[in-house]
Design a protein around this ligand. Sequence first.
Ligand code: SAM
Length: 369
Amino acid sequence: MGLDARRGEDFPPELYDDILRGGRTKAQRSRRVHFANRRRTLVRRRLVSAPLSRPSEAEPGWVGPEQIAALVATGTTMHRLFSGRDGWIERLGRDLLISWNSPETLRSLLSELEGRRSQLALSIDRIFLRKRWERRESSELALVSGSPVLPMATTAKENGLSFRLRFDAGESIGFFLDQRENRAFLRKSKPTRLLNLFAYTCSFGVAAAAAGARTWNVDLSPRILEWGKENYRLNSIDPAGHWFLARDARAVFLYLSRRKARFDACVIDPPTYAHGRRGLDFSLPRDLGSLMEGLLPLCEPDALLLLSTNYQPWRPADLFREATRACHRAGVKVEPLAPLPCPKDLPEGTGPATRWLRIDPSLHISQSS
Ligand SMILES: C[S@@+](CC[C@H](N)C(=O)[O-])C[C@H]1O[C@@H](n2cnc3c(N)ncnc32)[C@H](O)[C@@H]1O
């Protein structure tokens, strides 16, 4: 698809001029310098108050070159570059994705970004835009800078593991940067058998498999699970040695139980609400408890569980409360693990609410009461 087709009719054309280099007349260039200087002053005024307190104290909202170098040193080439109140910029390997709330504030940001490109020392091929102000009309990403003939699929790394990202698959690129610490923790804990519910592109499955686990990935969408298999292959892990179950997470317990599957780690990262097959919708506040109850008989006595949600009213304490209630009904006790730090490139409080729990075999209710 061509550049114009992607950007949509009402995309402000001057954004192109701001970010695409070359091809200007002398008069255009001098006019541009004049307006760029004026705009830079305005932008500075606006952005100084706009960014959130993290990621870098020296550069509010911006991840600095040292932080980028530290991420790259750990084999991570996808991370936040900027976090502001109106949106954010993600670096995804050699591409950038800007998620922004309005064309007006975006213009300021693009100008700011242009001024920082050499300081950030990043090789960037393209800039994509997630137009959050147009969500209802289009869920496509728009290519605003760079060649339209480059492949729409690319690969980027997190802690040395590779993941396939797509810029032509709707709003989501196939990877959630804000789960980096949780994936690292899972990998470090070296599980032997992981049940990855609501697996999406199986990033948790890949992290556990890279540490030697056998993994079971469950998601309603067979297409998404194929993408997950691709992620396994990218890391030289044969998907044939793992399981990819295109089913409703609530319907998989019986299947697994009949096969006597037992897990020492489980990731439960459901959507807040989703349409299911045969009218079986999923609602997190309504269904988390029963989901946990179905899951617990499949867990080893000291299994690790990760609960995660983007449901706004819920904080980690709410996840713990819901999980504790379900465990109590199932005659099992769980203890919360210490919260993990927020990834350094993300402002505190962004991302999903998450909580790691361990099933405590010594506190099994039927034994202690
Ligand atoms: C929030 S995403 C999970 C993200 C994933 N844990 C990760 O970090 O990459 C939610 C996923 O749940 C899947 N899904 C929605 N309803 C489902 C259901 N009832 N059973 C299984 N999967 C479901 C969707 O297809 C989607 O891929």
